[in-house]
Design a binder for this molecule. Structure first.
Ligand code: NAD
Length: 517
């Protein structure tokens, strides 16, 4: 069963929020402003990753329920797209207030279903909240351009919504990533159908209720649960004009390649392998604390987790100090006071991570700190993997694959140039960081390292939402990335008007057939 703390949280979340059930029941869909129980035959279990207790079930939404969601979103679009931008802005002001007020409940739901610590889950909500806050600037960010082309002619542009849009989200940030789309798709005048991760649907259901309370009319924000079948319906439905996807490479490529030939816009954030370079002149404590936090926080299940540390030259003498910090971290259930790392998402994920750790010795690397077989008091069934530090070369499996667990792979380089070469050879391009006290080394790094999000003495360089998410190479597919200016571009299309208002009556009686210039 659930731990006493989790049990109390489950009761509280279930009793307060209409769409959720965190006590073993069924999570509802949210269609056309109503929380409705699916008539699905297929239901998927959601288990607390620290005890394996079933906390809820999510439906594989039926074809007709999916159609209901599309109909509701299409109908709502007719009026929502015409509401004034100030009204939509006001909804965002309300929403940011409500999310702030109810963040602890969203965080509790995340801990129950996803396993991360309560403090980390509040960060998950907080990063999504920042996107909602940035959406309140829509009255500036949606402005078009105007040019007086000549004394009697103007050209001007306006930014219009696309129609019904969809978001397909991963398990690791159940609030943040849903809020990226919930805010920007709707504030720009679109309606949205969300298909949250089938592993942790609760946060989305609370967000749905908050969207309603914030003043979104029925049908503007909808939730349909499910897995691949529901995703394929989203890819194929002609009413859906754009899909925001965040998740792994396999699903992301599938969705991109299935939906774009049908004329849909797709933005797809994919997997990652984020490197950090530690130079011998770095501030040692700053570097090692930040690297340990970014490698092992959230049990390594962040797309911007640091998974590779390149110690340059004499900095390799610090590896034992890094290991000491890793050993110091407390592993337990996410509700327990002082926990640093919760479990990974599933027994399958734990097995995959442990197998990848095994490949290190099989392929000739070194396991400096082995988190396998981690035993956690009061949580004998949990999917726990302890912080792990391995040493590899770049041809080994543990370097090449995304591990998505609390495993830091150490590789060596003699110079900064060698370190940058390693990073640039990697297929992914989400983020890369350097720790150094040399401005020149930092400047060289930011210019030459290819990944799209660079940290200078910052281990998790996720930009604030006035900028845009800028992962590149194998970590992204599509044209417009998430939030910031490109996020607004993703959810809008430009329309230009060219207007002629001559001062004098037209002269002559013959039509000109030449291309006007
Ligand atoms: P996932 O790809 O398994 O699932 C993501 C979504 O796709 C879910 O909603 C799921 O239902 C759906 N899906 C999964 N397999 C599918 C299939 N075969 N066909 C159709 N739909 C499918 O990802 P996950 O395990 O939930 O999340 C972890 C992954 O997400 C990691 O690879 C991580 O790097 C990535 N991620 C990337 C970012 C980023 O911004 N780059 C952010 C968070 C997570």
């Amino acid at each position: 069963g659930l731990s006493p703390l989790a049990q109390a949280a489950a009761k509280e979340v279930s009793s307060k929020w209409k769409g959720t059930s965190a006590t073993g029941g069924k999570t509802k869909n949210y269609i056309g402003g109503k929380f409705v129980e699916s008539k699905a035959e297929k239901w998927l279990e959601v288990r607390d990753p620290s005890t394996q207790t079933v906390v809820t079930h999510v439906p594989e939404t039926t074809a007709s329920e999916f159609q209901d969601a599309i109909n509701a979103a299409s109908e709502a679009y007719k009026t929502w797209s015409k509401t004034s931008v100030m009204r939509r802005q006001r909804v965002m002001f309300e929403l940011q207030h409500l999310i702030r007020q109810h963040a602890p409940d969203i965080a509790k739901s995340i801990v129950l279903e996803q396993g991360k610590t309560f403090a980390d889950a509040q960060g998950d909500v907080g990063r999504g909240l920042q996107v909602v806050e940035s959406a309140t600037a829509i009255t500036s960010t949606l402005m078009g351009d105007k040019l007086e082309v000549s004394s009697d002619m103007d050209t001007y542009s306006r930014r219009l919504p696309l129609g019904v849009t969809a978001a397909i989200t991963p398990f690791n940030f159940p609030a943040m990533i849903v809020l990226w789309s919930a805010a920007l798709a709707t504030v720009t005048g679109n309606t949205l159908v969300v298909k949250p991760s089938e592993r942790d649907p609760g946060a989305t259901m609370i967000i749905a209720e908050l969207c309603e309370r914030a003043g979104m009319p029925p049908g503007v924000f909808n939730v349909v649960h499910g897995s691949a079948d529901t995703v394929n319906r989203i890819c194929d439905d002609p009413a859906i004009k754009a899909i925001s996807f965040v998740g792994g490479d396999v699903a992301g490529k599938h969705i991109h390649d299935r939906a774009t030939p049908l004329g849909k816009r797709v933005q797809a954030n994919l997997g990652a392998k984020n490197h950090v370079v530690i130079m011998p002149d770095a501030n040692k404590n700053l570097a090692l604390n930040a690297v340990a936090g970014a490698a092992f926080g959230a049990a390594g299940q962040r797309c911007m987790a640091l998974s590779v540390a390149i110690f340059v030259g004499a900095a390799r003498d610090w590896i034992p100090d890094l290991i000491a910090r890793a050993k110091d971290l407390k592993i337990s259930g996410g509700f327990e006071e002082g926990t640093d790392l919760g479990p990974v998402i599933s027994p399958q994920a734990k097995e995959r991570i442990e197998n990848l750790i095994q490949t290190v010795t099989d392929e000739g690397g070194i396991i400096h700190l082995d988190g396998r077989g981690c035993v956690v008091e009061n949580y004998p069934e949990g999917n726990f993997v302890g912080p792990t530090v391995v040493e590899c070369t770049t041809d080994m499996s543990a370097y090449k694959q995304e591990i998505f667990g609390p495993v830091l792979t150490v590789v060596h380089a003699d110079t900064l140039d060698d370190a940058i070469a390693i990073i640039n050879k990697n297929k992914y391009g989400n983020g890369a960081s350097i720790f150094t006290n040399s401005g020149a080394a930092g400047r060289k790094f930011e210019l030459e390292a290819e990944p799209g999000q660079i940290g200078l003495n910052v281990a998790v360089p996720v930009p604030l939402p006035m900028f845009n998410w800028s992962g590149n190479k194998g970590s992204f597919r599509g044209e417009h990335s998430f939030y910031g200016k490109t996020g607004i571009s993703f959810y809008t299309q430009h329309k230009t008007t060219t207007a002629l208002w001559p001062h004098e009556d037209a002269t002559g009686q013959r039509a000109s057939v030449n291309m006007p210039q």
